[in-house]
Design a binder for this molecule. Sequence first.
Ligand SMILES: [Zn+2]
Length: 290
Amino acid sequence: MAWFKRDSDSGTKQPSPEGERTVRTEGLWLKCEGCRQIIWKKDLDQTNNVCGKCGHHFRIDARARLALLFDSGVYQEHDKELTSSDPLQFVDQKAYRDRLKATQTATSLKDALISASGTLAGRKVRICAMESKFIGGSMGSVVGEKITRAIELGVKHREPVIIISASGGARMQEGAISLMQMAKISAALMKLDEAKIPFISVLTDPTTGGVTASFAMLGDVNIAEPGALIGFAGPRVIEQTIRQKLPEGFQRSEFLVKHGMLDAVVPRAEMKQWIATALEFFAGPAEQAA
Ligand SMILES: [Zn+2]
């Protein structure tokens, strides 16, 4: 998200390195990545962070996602305290342990996913929402375990599962353990499938790597928000490998629907109704929730 600071008194758009006036107005305005126009941030609150001028979908966090989908924004959170044990004692630029701690403080989350249950259009569902602000929404042992538990409870209580992906892929700080989550979640989804309970995969900007390569593409329907970056490897890596220039819009939702990789592009404002209709198609009308 491209932020810029506005000096309200002088009217200049030059960002000053420090100063009280800059601090006061910081974050009031932002430049749309879609149409490059300046948007008043308050306007975005009214439109669920979709640009009113061009329809560009800004990224939103996991809590905002859940609030949009659950009836009255009410849900129960599960496995909230699960946290990584740093099995490899991994250190890169800093220790993984410290990176986790800092991110936990910054996001008030223990890891990159919220697992929740509640009702969607009167139907009991389980929704897992990934948080891209947490180490790039990377999938480690905690994300894998929380999703797996949510699916298993979905089987047990016969409740549909919805996973909202926003991820850079596997978490390299957990090495092979993070890769194993792909198989673990996929196996759990197989059981959900055998029990004939629907799984809807919602891909949001960005969904890449091991998440695309596993559960994000295993939905009974796989849908995405407009303009989302979805892929396995990044475009630069692919261009270097195949020595060809990639077509315009490659790895964006609309391109992927056109080429049969996704079932639909669904705008944020229509997402809840779209999912409710899909669930009704798969599982029949929702029983009136108590
Ligand atoms: Zn725009």
